[in-house]
Structure formats: C-alpha cells, structure tokens
Design a protein around this ligand. Structure first.
Ligand SMILES: NC(=O)c1ccc[n+]([C@@H]2O[C@H](COP(=O)([O-])OP(=O)(O)OC[C@H]3O[C@@H](n4cnc5c(N)ncnc54)[C@H](O)[C@@H]3O)[C@@H](O)[C@H]2O)c1
Ligand SMILES: [Zn+2]
Length: 348
C-alpha cells in the first residue's frame, strides 16, 4: 500500500550531527555528489560515516543503463545491514535526490530515506514531493516511483557554496511557487539587487510549506490538484531538453509563455500581468527570439509528445494563471499549444 506522511523538516545553519540522522542500530548509507568533497566542512562531516557512495551530479546519473552498476556497487557496501536498519541519505541536488530516492524505494522493496538537499532547487522543490525518477534511453523521468523521505534536512552552510547560475535556477522554481501561492509569499520575494543567501534562507520555509499544502491534498497525483505545481513546466521541459538549460531557468522561460497566453485568453488583467512579467523579467529576460532560431515546430511537437507520452489528438493539462495565486488547469490539445508557440514566436 502506498503511504504518505509529511516528512520532518529541519532547517539547520550547519550540517547535522550524525545522531540527528541515525540512532541505535540504524546504519546510514550516504549517496553524495562528489563535487561536494571539495568543501572542507562537508569532507569532515562525511568522514563520520562508514558507508558512502560518491556519484557525479547530472542527467547521466539518472540513466537506467548505468543503474545496475550503481546498484551493485551500493549493495556490495551493505550486505550485512538489515532492511529495517538501513537509511539511505541523499546529499546533493535534484539529480542525486531522484537517483537515491529511486534506489531507496526499490532496494529490498523500500528502505528508509533522508534527503539533504544541497541546491536551492532541491531544497525548495525536488526533495519534498516524493517523486523519484530515472531516465529511459529516449526521455527524461520515464521510470519512477512515489516514495517519500521521512526526513528532509536543509542546511544553510552547504547551500551558500552554490554558484550563481545554480542560485538563479532555484529562483525560477521559487518564482513559480510564489505565482501559485500569491500573497504573502509573492510580496516577500526579493528584488534582484537584494537577493542573498540570508534572504533566500528566510523565505524558503514558507515556500516549502506551500508545496506540502498542495502535495498533502494529492500525494500520488491521482487527481488534478498536484498538477498546478506544473506551472511553466509544459514548455519548460521542452526547452530544458532541447537547449540543455538548467531546470529552473527553463521553467522561468515557460512562465513567460504561460503569462503571455493567460493574458491573451483574458484570464489575467493587465495590472497583474504586468506585475508578474516585470518581476520575472528582472531575473529572467524572455529569450524566445534567440531560442526560436533553433526550435522548429516539428522538434517542439516531438518533445512535447515524448514528454507527455501523448498522441496527437490528446490533450495536455496546461496550467494558466487567473491572478497572482490563482492557477487554473485546463485541458488543451497538443496542436493548440504548438500553434500558440508559433504565434508567439517561440518556434519557427
Ligand atoms: N523529483 C522531483 O520532484 C524533481 C523536481 C525538480 C527537478 N528534478 C530533477 O532535478 C534535477 C535538477 O536539479 P539540480 O539543479 O538540483 O541538479 P544537480 O543535482 O544536477 O545539481 C546541479 C549542479 O550543482 C552542483 N552542486 C550541487 N550542490 C552544490 C553545492 N552545495 N555547492 C556547489 N555546487 C553544487 C552539482 O554538482 C551540479 O553541477 C533534474 O534531473 C530534474 O529532473 C526533480
Ligand atoms: Zn520543476
């Protein structure tokens, strides 16, 4: 039986003590982003754990082709550890979370899982929703499970090492969540000039709570409630795949398209449209002209169909906005999306 319980969420200044993760006879197996070992604080922290598995972040880690090798390497390290005693601790960004979460969900039919997200994107989004996924040889996130961690530990010090482009990518998801949530989250967002680790740190608990509000109503995506979290993602995924953009950056471009279309459909009044467009543009200039030079109708259609595994006559639940804080899910034919992309000069 599938089971949902909201994880415990800890916000810590530094990395957690080992006893905050495992107690008594429990044994941790830490799956971590190898790049983090360049951070002295992390290296020292990691040395307390006997069982660790280093991986390289990125889409290649999520490949179903290499999963069996990782599986053997990890299980060889823990032959004596019982199912009940084992805790998989995923330390890294969204790619590590997806990989380690998937591993935890299938190893011995499921062992305990703790997420320690190290990118803003993972800290506000991917570590929380219980979704794990590997990539098939043709498309992203095609093999997956719903499997919730029991604990998510968010550490400020490790997040402060992130380079600027990764901070920006996380901010794309933060803007998305604020557009879904409305005030007071929307008005708490920082201006580009005032963005800092401290400021981000102060707003993430509210953003995370907002995600759980939606997830708790529909943890296994059985109704359409959770689909509002896909705001900006239908087109975001197309751009992410075609141009290899960081996830949150691609989502931000998808938000531009969503706002334009929502305004055209008269769902959004001009004042709210302008407010959201201006704020989004201050972080993410709309680059549709640049992208359209390299994106044809045919390519966009193919990406859209593979992503959603749809036939041409099928509809996609597209998330529009009616107001700041008021998403509206509407079934739209794939062909309509493509012609709207064309009309708005996103594709040629
Ligand atoms: N499961 C979900 O609900 C969900 C949601 C959104 C995205 N995702 C997945 O997440 C992935 C993208 O997430 P991401 O951007 O966090 O990816 P990532 O894990 O690829 O990390 C991005 C980069 O940041 C580096 N990095 C990580 N932590 C760092 C730190 N503290 N300091 C310096 N560098 C650091 C990594 O080495 C990597 O180069 C995609 O695979 C996407 O499909 C999953
Ligand atoms: Zn996303």
């Amino acid at each position: 039986m599938r089971y949902y319980k909201k994880p415990t969420i800890d916000y810590l200044e530094g990395l957690p003590a080992k006893k905050q993760i495992v107690s008594g006879d429990e044994k941790a197996l830490v799956i971590y982003d190898i790049l983090l070992s360049e951070i002295p604080e992390f290296k020292k922290w990691l040395s307390q754990f006997e069982n660790c598995h280093a991986v390289m972040a990125g889409e290649a880690l999520k490949s179903i082709k290499t999963f069996p090798e990782h599986f053997s390497a990890i299980s060889d390290k823990i032959p004596e550890v019982s199912k009940k005693a084992l805790k998989i601790v995923a330390v890294g960004g969204g790619s590590i979370g997806d990989f380690a979460g998937f591993f935890a969900s299938v190893y011995k039919r499921g062992v305990q899982l703790v997420h320690l997200p190290t990118t803003w994107l993972a800290a506000i989004d991917s570590a929380h929703g219980g979704k794990n996924a590997l990539n098939s040889t043709i498309a992203k996130n095609q093999i997956g499970t719903f499997y919730f961690p029991e604990q998510v530990i968010i550490c400020k010090s490790i997040l402060s090492h992130l380079p600027e482009d990764q901070v920006l990518s996380g901010f794309g998801e933060i803007i998305k969540m604020a557009m879904i949530a409305g005030d007071p989250i929307w008005s708490s967002l920082p201006t580009k000039e005032s963005i800092s680790v401290d400021k981000l740190w102060s707003i993430i608990p509210d953003i995370v709570d907002q995600k759980y509000k939606v997830v708790a109503e529909d943890p296994f995506e059985e109704s359409s409630i959770r689909q509002i979290l896909n705001l900006g993602h239908t087109i975001g995924h197309v751009l992410e795949k075609r141009f290899d953009l960081p996830h949150g950056v691609a989502v931000a471009q998808g938000l531009h398209f969503t706002l334009d279309w929502s305004y055209e459909k008269k769902y959004l009044v001009k004042l709210n449209y302008d407010t959201m467009k201006d704020y989004l543009s201050s972080y993410f200039v709309c680059i549709k002209e640049k992208l359209s030079e390299h994106l044809t109708k045919e390519a966009a259609l193919k990406l859209l169909l593979t992503d959603k595994k749809l036939d041409l006559d099928k509809k996609i639940n597209f998330v529009f906005l009616k107001d700041i804080g008021e998403p509206k899910v509407e079934a739209v034919n794939v062909v309509n999306i493509i012609s709207k992309l064309y009309q708005h000069s996103w594709i040629t």
